[in-house]
Design a protein around this ligand. Structure first.
Ligand code: ZN
Length: 217
């Protein structure tokens, strides 16, 4: 296969399982394209993905706000009560003089997760209304950079590990925020697993193409 120019690369897709190169062809809404060699899924085209993405980002944001507003856990040790919240965890690191750890922690468990859901919300809203071609491109690039740095799942697991170690020494009560955080982490994992960035890129391309044909016709 000989390529005329670099743009021709955009129309080629590689199978992630057997590395066969395929030419990307338009497929019907709600269907998927499979590899001719191994049968693995190459890409899907499903405009419902936009509504799913939008619904999941709004739900995720609500649970993230809930997870930050109320106590995660309440610990009673020898009559003294301690509440742990996400903002308090970060602030107590600063108060204890762990500035660098505090900044890293603030980014990993607060700023990046919040940013990802806000970016998703703006991105899917723009895609839904078929607007902001340059914006959607920039947001998708930003998402690919920040997605690996959201670590609320690791934070949740570390809370669980700490609680298991405290059993026997203290009385532990789970707060509303703990369950909100658990739901948030579940939604976060589901988005990463279900909404592949490559498929969102493809959706964006198809939306722009469809609009251009509409404009011509
Ligand atoms: Zn294949």
């Amino acid at each position: 296969m000989k390529l005329e120019n670099e743009d021709a690369l955009d129309n080629l897709i590689i199978c992630h399982q057997c590395y066969t190169l395929h030419e990307e062809i338009p497929i019907k809404d709600g269907s998927k394209a499979c590899c001719s060699t191994c049968g693995g899924i190459l890409y899907r085209y499903d405009t419902r993905l936009i509504d799913h993405g939008l619904a999941l980002s709004i739900t995720g944001l609500i649970f993230f706000i809930l997870a930050n507003l109320f106590p995660l856990v309440q610990i009673d040790i020898l009559g003294s009560e301690q509440f742990i919240t996400i903002p308090k965890t970060i602030f107590s690191l600063f108060e204890s003089g762990f500035y660098i750890v505090g900044i890293i922690c603030a980014f990993l468990i607060f700023i990046f997760p919040l940013m990802i859901f806000i970016v998703n919300l703006i991105l899917f809203t723009l895609l839904k209304f078929g607007r902001g071609d340059q914006w959607t491109k920039d947001l998708l690039i930003l998402l690919s950079h920040i997605t690996p740095w959201s670590m609320t799942d690791i934070f949740l697991i570390s809370i669980l590990v700490a609680l298991v170690k405290l059993i026997g020494y203290a009385q532990i009560h789970m707060g509303i925020s703990f369950w909100a955080l658990a739901v948030f982490v579940f939604i976060d994992l589901y988005i990463v697993k279900r909404l592949h960035l490559s498929e969102v890129w493809m959706l964006r391309k198809r939306i722009i193409q469809n609009r251009e044909t509409d404009d011509r016709g």
